[in-house]
Design a protein around this ligand. Structure first.
Ligand code: APR
Length: 313
């Protein structure tokens, strides 16, 4: 069991994650920090008071100061402004960059040995901001997007075929945005290629819905963005780290030449274990898939460049 997992941001994603972490008992301590007075304290206490009913012994605390995250094994960054209807993830850029910088300066100070999982959007760019502010090696700073995008993709496939979600294997690559790259060629249902079950037009529709999965939820909620599936996705990543399961999961990671992409955070499959990113898995992509991935990487690069223009380093 880990010693401590901390979550920065006690909003929808952060608080739901704290609840999931407490119930999963992956660490002895769970700490949650937010700038809003009373919110992290109140939510932490509420979750702690559920423990006799659920039977977990996780110690949950909340605070407006960062001292409580000291000695964390993992820190999850969910702080930021959530997307409102009509707002793209990119509109969030400058505001969330400032917030993530402030948060990561505190992680560097109070939890210098932690692995950092970034959730704040626009995700791939916020990973760059976090890497720069923390100054940690890149195997310790990565983002949650691919697990969520893949979960959406798999949900829609299971629904279309009326089969168990457990039978669906597949994942998406690329940036967390409209240019993400689902890979039907690597998607199977109980080991059988997806193309044996569905025609190309139906697969295209599913791929499209997965691409717009975040916006679909925002369209319903109006005042916020998705948080149940995002927090569940972070939990899967943390479980792989805490138990050193070495699951292969799509995460936003800093590429150093893999897939022909250099010095950029892009979603690709990685082996996730106690040391964070333990291996980047390089798939043999077709020319068309590679082009889509590069297009997605270019979209991330453009955002990184526009952030540099807004907030010069
Ligand atoms: N330090 C700590 N917490 C902060 C800071 C800061 N500098 N700035 C904002 N916060 C907190 C807010 O007070 C709020 O409680 O971050 C929390 C964000 O919570 P929500 O607004 O509920 O947003 P949420 O739905 O949880 O999404 C968080 O994850 O999926 C992404 O796009 C989403 O970037 C967003 C992030």
């Amino acid at each position: 069991m880990l010693h401590k997992i901390s979550v920065i941001g006690a909003g929808n994603v952060g608080a739901t994650l704290v609840q999931r972490l407490a119930e999963a008992e992956l660490s002895k301590h769970v700490a949650v920090v937010d700038i809003l007075e009373g919110i992290p304290q109140g939510k932490a206490l509420d979750i702690l008071e559920s423990s006799p009913i659920y039977g977990y012994d996780t110690r949950v605390v909340g605070s407006n100061t960062y001292d409580i995250i000291s000695d964390s094994d993992i820190v999850v960054v969910t702080a930021g402004i959530a997307r409102k209807p009509g707002m793209s993830r990119d509109d969030l850029l400058a505001t969330n960059a400032k917030i993530v910088t402030d948060v990561c300066n505190n992680i560097k100070k109070f939890a210098p040995n932690a692995l950092v999982i970034v959730v704040s959007n626009p995700l791939d760019v916020m990973c760059h901001v976090a890497l720069q502010a923390c100054g940690f090696p890149s195997n310790r700073v990565f983002g949650m997007a691919g697990v969520l995008d893949s979960a959406r993709y798999k949900t829609f496939i299971a629904e279309a075929l009326d089969v168990s979600v457990e039978d669906v294997q597949g994942f998406v690559l690329g940036g967390h945005g409209d240019t993400m790259v689902p890979l039907p060629r690597y998607t199977t249902v109980a080991g059988i290629p997806l193309s044996d079950f569905l025609d190309a037009a139906t697969i295209d529709k599913i791929v499209d819905r997965a691409r717009n999965g975040g916006a679909e939820i925002v369209g319903y909620l109006k005042t916020g963005s998705a948080f149940y599936a995002p927090s569940a996705s972070v939990l899967e990543m943390i479980e792989s780290i805490a138990k050193d399961k070495k699951k292969i999961l799509p995460c936003a990671v800093y590429l150093t030449g893999q897939y022909g992409i250099k010095d950029l955070y892009v979603g690709v499959p990685v082996k996730l274990g106690k040391n964070g990113i333990e291996q980047v898995v390089e798939l043999k992509l077709s020319e068309a898939e590679l082009q889509e991935l590069r297009k997605s990487a270019n979209a991330v690069q453009e955002l990184v460049d526009s952030l540099k223009a807004l907030v010069p380093a």
